[in-house]
Write a protein that binds this ligand. Structure first.
Ligand SMILES: NC(=O)c1ccc[n+]([C@@H]2O[C@H](COP(=O)([O-])OP(=O)(O)OC[C@H]3O[C@@H](n4cnc5c(N)ncnc54)[C@H](O)[C@@H]3O)[C@@H](O)[C@H]2O)c1
Ligand SMILES: [Zn+2]
Length: 360
């Protein structure tokens, strides 16, 4: 089993990665959490139907008292109302401060259950068991929790680091192709911002990635987790290097919102990476060959759902992004594969030109 450390001011923990880890979860967690510990597995019906029958027996075999606590599926469930309903369920089941919340699902479950763990009785232990590519390579590490408001995504949230993160790539088998690819764009992002070897896998092992070759998928997850863990370890609260992880996200968030959230997050980030790369090329930060490589890697993962955007509407959204400081939009832009820079003050004309250049 691969163990990747994460160091933060609030705590140090590990990410465990192994195919088949779900079957072994109980035995692995026992020394860390203690025998008989009450575990509340927060999950959605979709994930549970597929994998609950593997995880829960494994936990109970190891002597835990594991109970399932279901929440609705999908981004629309990531609301304070869901959190309140979950907390009421925990109370009814007599969960006390000794309880452990196990977030078992994609990023939606991870963010919501994470916030639940950070607020329930002023904070209980959290274990993350991510089940989508996006959650495995990105959202399960770093301790960001949150729910959405009408005004936007993740506007209510906390930092609450897990006790441990368990990643079993085998659970990805039941993921739809669209969700699988959407998550892979986040892994590709990790390659561009800080891991040229990871990036080259997307150039050289594209067919293997698309057919979900277990060895290749495992390596991609391992590389991405290492990058995310190292970044979070250097900067828990996103004041510096953690911002690099936002490559493709400044534009991506605007696309996502503009599509009324019909576009998946990863798909929006894919387009955002293409747009940011064009901006980098236009301002002379990135050479044409590197820019072409990044675009080819994104486009090579398959066609993205078609969209027609009004560039000026995107520009307005960029200015109201919560990460825009004093109205200044900050882009994370590539200089070469494995190196990005944070750039403020990109002229609107350049952003418009990049958007109008298209996405392939
Ligand atoms: N906390 C962070 O640092 C962070 C980082 C990035 C994204 N996020 C958040 O993550 C969320 C997106 O996460 P996501 O892309 O995982 O979406 P998701 O959690 O909605 O999962 C996508 C779909 O896949 C299903 N699913 C999950 N695992 C499955 C499996 N193994 N087999 C079959 N179906 C499965 C889910 O039920 C859901 O229908 C967003 O809300 C985003 O804001 C958080
Ligand atoms: Zn993202």
């Amino acid at each position: 089993m691969l163990r990747i450390p994460v160091h933060t001011a609030s705590r140090d923990y590990e990410v465990w990665l192994q195919a088949g880890l779900l079957r072994d979860a109980g035995r692995r967690l026992q020394p860390l959490l203690g025998v008989g510990r009450p575990l509340f597995v927060v999950s959605s019906a979709r994930v549970c139907r597929k994998w609950g029958g593997v995880l829960l027996p494994s936990l109970n075999r190891a002597g835990f008292r594991a109970q399932l606590v279901l929440m609705p599926d999908g981004e629309r469930a990531k609301r304070l109302a869901t959190l309140e309903a979950l907390a009421e369920k925990l109370i009814r089941r007599r969960a006390d401060r000794d309880a452990v919340v196990v977030a078992f699902g994609g990023g939606v479950v991870g963010d919501t259950a994470g916030l639940l763990a950070s607020l329930y009785m002023r904070g209980v232990e959290l274990v993350q068991i991510p089940t989508t590519v996006l959650a495995q390579v990105d959202s399960c590490i770093g301790g960001k929790t949150g729910v959405n408001l009408v005004a936007g995504k993740n506007l209510l949230g906390t930092f609450h680091q897990p006790k441990v993160v368990l990643i079993d790539p085998e659970v990805l088998a039941s993921l739809s192709d669209r969700q699988y690819r959407a998550g892979m764009y986040e892994a590709l992002k990790c390659g561009v911002i800080g891991d040229a070897r990871l990036f080259r896998m997307f150039e050289q092992k594209r067919a293997e990635i698309l057919r979900r070759d277990p060895a290749v998928v495992n390596r991609i997850i391992a590389h991405s987790v290492r990058l995310k863990s190292a970044t979070v370890s250097a900067d828990e609260r996103e004041s510096g290097v953690r911002q690099m992880l936002n490559f493709g996200h400044t534009l991506g968030h605007a696309f996502e919102a503009q599509s009324g959230y019909r576009m998946l997050h990863g798909e929006a980030v894919a387009r955002g990476m293409v747009g940011a790369t064009r901006i980098a090329e236009l301002i002379g930060l990135c050479d044409a060959v590197t820019a072409r490589r990044i675009r080819d890697a994104v486009v090579g993962m398959g066609t993205l759902p078609p969209v027609k955007f009004d560039s000026h509407a995107i520009l307005r959204r960029l200015r109201s992004d919560k990460k825009a400081r004093g109205g200044q939009v900050r882009f994370v832009l590539p200089r070469k594969i494995g190196e990005v820079h944070i750039v403020a003050g990109v002229p609107s004309t350049v952003v418009i030109a990049a958007l109008e250049a298209g996405f392939d």
